[in-house]
Design a binder for this molecule. Sequence first.
Ligand SMILES: *Cc1c(COP(=O)(O)O)cnc(C)c1O
Length: 480
Amino acid sequence: MGSSQQSSIEEELDSLCITLQSILPRLLTASLNLNSQPLFKVAQTSDYEHLRRLSTPGPPSDINQVIDDAFAIAEFRARMSHPRAMAFIPSAVSPYAWLGDVLASAFNTFAGSRLQGSGSGIVEKTMIDWLAGKVGLPGTAGGVFVSGGSMGNLLAMALARDHRLPRGQQATGVVYVSEQTHHSVSKGLRIIGFHTSQIRHIPSDDNFRLDPIKLSEAIRADRDAGLLPFVVVASCGTTNTGAIDPLTEIAAVCGREGMWLHVDGAYGASASLSTTHSHLTAGLRHADSISWDAHKWLFQTYNCGILLVRDRKTLLKSFASQGDYLRDALGDDDVPNFWDCGLELTRGDRATRLWFTLRVIGEKRFGDMIDHGFFLAEAAEEELGKLSNWEIVSPASMAILAFRFVPRDKTDAQWNELNVAISKRLVAENIAGILTTKLRGVVVLRMCAFNPSLGVDEIRGVVQQMDRVAKQVYLEHSSA
Ligand SMILES: *Cc1c(COP(=O)(O)O)cnc(C)c1O
């Protein structure tokens, strides 16, 4: 009986092996050959029933059929790696990232402790040290891989509270963000028990950067009112415009006031790895903590974020906890128990994919891939500058460009409508994934140009197509 069970396991493995060999090339094609695929494909109510049927468990099915079903389900997704997908910051993924992820997933290393995952633990620690070195943090620095920027920001707010607010004073603490700060910061603060009234949204300057003078004034006013300012959240690359707050000036304010400086570098911290633009992020060295997403401008698959801290002991002080049954699993400074550095106990290996990508393509090409985003946005801005009726609302910064179509004979309200219509048409015709956002109350189009496989000439072509679409939409609106 034992041997027949053995042979059936072997048969099953043999057949899995064949399946795996066929699925990898198919996946590579499906995930890389995107140019002619739809940018967005959203399931409509008429698709739901079919999708629900595919989703429902039941008797065993042929594995190849289930794989086909998985492809059918994945049809309904935005192709975030599409060369002309410019609607969101998370965009192109490197094939090496997902291959690395496949490896990590197959080994399924438990990355919570040194006992269970010392190999991947060293990789995680080495990646953290390498990234911390790139942004200029000192040798005391540390960090932890997390699900993403939202989690990084939440943990950073807990660190700032634990290390800068006296015990029992949470209700009098005040947090300073800019009006351009990512909403995940407020969300994290609410989750850890702060009230919205404890968050000050400091106005930004003409370039959408947090104004350090207004910051100082707000801190002064709060101190006079008996409150306890304890953390400033600065951005290195805002979501709307790619603005970098004046980190050095803000750090000086924090130093003077004894406040924690958290920098949200979810995507912008990646510029520190670029070949020619790393000087832009020099101010990151002043941060007490930095959130950074590898699943944005480091071309990794999702759920790959990093929280870096100036002093790794702060992580342990805030997040280490004890379960009696974990007493035999001890970490050390070289391989910490990462379950003591954040929220998660059971956690997967998120670092291997980044290590794998960097090892395969090397630091130089990686840096060039980041640089390319700068060049793309600058080329698009230059091309727009040649056309009439277009206004650059926020110039190319960190691969983001915001602009709008403003024909003279229309009103503000009509401009807003026109730009929404242009975006819809660009998507409907699969020309480019360019959506709208609002800046100072007006609707603008926004390009996030991060994809290393989009050529500089191609992005110029997208701008020309956009101009054609804008004229068409304008005529339709004028004759309606
Ligand atoms: C994307 C982003 C976040 C949120 O990160 P997630 O990984 O999506 O949770 C926070 N801040 C900034 C500036 C971002 O660009």
